[in-house]
Design a protein around this ligand. Structure first.
Ligand SMILES: *[C@@H]1O[C@H](CO)[C@@H](O)[C@H](O)[C@H]1NC(C)=O
Length: 337
């Protein structure tokens, strides 16, 4: 497929989203994007998105080929597994962070190195200087430090969706879940978070709970956490907390077009690939902290051991779209039949 065609297809996808998002925005002609270079820094420099599509035209490096395949797989999985979906609202774009200086959109999924990505984005967008590692986590997460697509008017959203390189990072869903359980409930960084969700889980799911557990929520078992996730009341009251919400529900990969599907499992290479396209190859993506005593993969296997096949199946169903869209296979420790 020629370059013009890719651009045209992208423009059509964006136009489709525009119609969904806005309903009123007049559709722009598909050829508008051929003039993108002049919009982008007045043609002085190629945008990361143009660089990616240039790469796609030539002989692909191994890494570029991996990313092309992931993109294709996502697109195929979307057309196979999604039905008519509700309209996207601006609020749905809250997780898509914007770097106007480089033409980058990054959808953050908690428990997938998102603190480090936010640090990098702060540096890229000029809101912080120096080494991203030096930025304290609470600053990286401070509300309003980084702008999200939800902060823009529909026409500004559409312009960015058309012209910017859109990236998301995902992770094996149950590893992510195990990591969220460990970090947020079992051995939390924040007692406040633990109290808020832990106490709620105990109150709802543990008959005859001790008063201490009811106020502190400090001893939620994995099975109770899963029961909470599967309890229909949970999502009736409010959406899942972002730490356990499915990546597809945070980033809408079948509605928005992502150019790069990064994976936690290959974080360093994928991050370097993105930073290369963005024109910041010297910016080092922070290395993960020292390895954990129990890696999340083993933790997930261990935690799921005590869960009945019935619950395992239901939980797999709950997270199935993340497995399918991002090409993760069902973990071998599950007893699905
Ligand atoms: C999907 O996963 C399989 C099995 O791990 C792997 O062989 C294949 O290359 C992956 N495909 C893509 C597009 O990532």
């Amino acid at each position: 497929m020629g370059r013009r065609c890719s651009w045209r297809r992208r423009a059509l996808v964006a136009a489709g989203l525009g119609a969904v998002l806005l309903l009123l925005c007049a559709l722009r002609p598909a050829f508008e994007n051929t003039a993108l270079g002049s919009i982008w820094l007045r043609g002085e420099k190629k945008s990361p998105l143009q660089l990616l599509y240039d790469l796609d035209q030539g002989p692909l490096s191994a890494l570029a080929e991996v990313h092309r395949q992931r993109r294709d797989l996502l697109r195929r999985a979307c057309s196979r597994h999604t039905r008519r979906q509700r309209l996207l609202q601006p609020e749905d774009l809250r997780h898509v962070l914007v770097d106007d200086a480089h033409g980058l959109l990054y959808c953050y999924v908690p428990k997938v190195a998102c603190t480090n990505w936010k640090r990098v984005l702060l540096v890229l967008s000029g809101r912080a200087r120096g080494d991203p590692r030096a930025i304290p986590a609470h600053e990286a997460h401070a509300p309003g430090r980084l702008r999200s697509l939800a902060d823009f008017s529909p026409s500004e959203v559409n312009r960015r969706l058309r012209a910017y390189l859109a990236v998301l990072f995902v992770r094996e869903p149950f590893e992510r879940l195990a990591s969220a359980y460990r970090n947020k409930l079992a051995r939390p960084y924040s007692a406040t978070f633990q109290r808020r969700y832990g106490a709620r889980i105990v109150r709802r799911l543990r008959p005859g709970a001790q008063p201490e557990a009811l106020t502190r929520g400090h001893d939620v078992r994995f099975a109770e956490f899963l029961a909470y996730l599967l309890d229909p009341r949970t999502r009736r009251d409010e959406p899942f907390n972002e730490h356990w919400e499915r990546a597809h529900a945070l980033c809408h990969p079948c509605r928005l077009r992502y150019d790069i599907v990064g994976k936690f499992e290959t974080l360093a290479e994928d991050a370097a690939f993105v930073l290369g396209l963005v024109g910041a190859p010297d910016l080092r993506f922070p290395a993960p902290p020292r390895p954990r005593a129990v890696p999340a993969r083993d933790l997930a296997a261990r935690l799921f051991q005590d869960i009945s096949p019935f619950y395992q199946r239901r939980l797999f169903d709950l997270y199935k779209m993340d497995f399918l869209l991002f090409n993760y296979s069902a973990p071998s420790y599950l007893r699905l039949r």
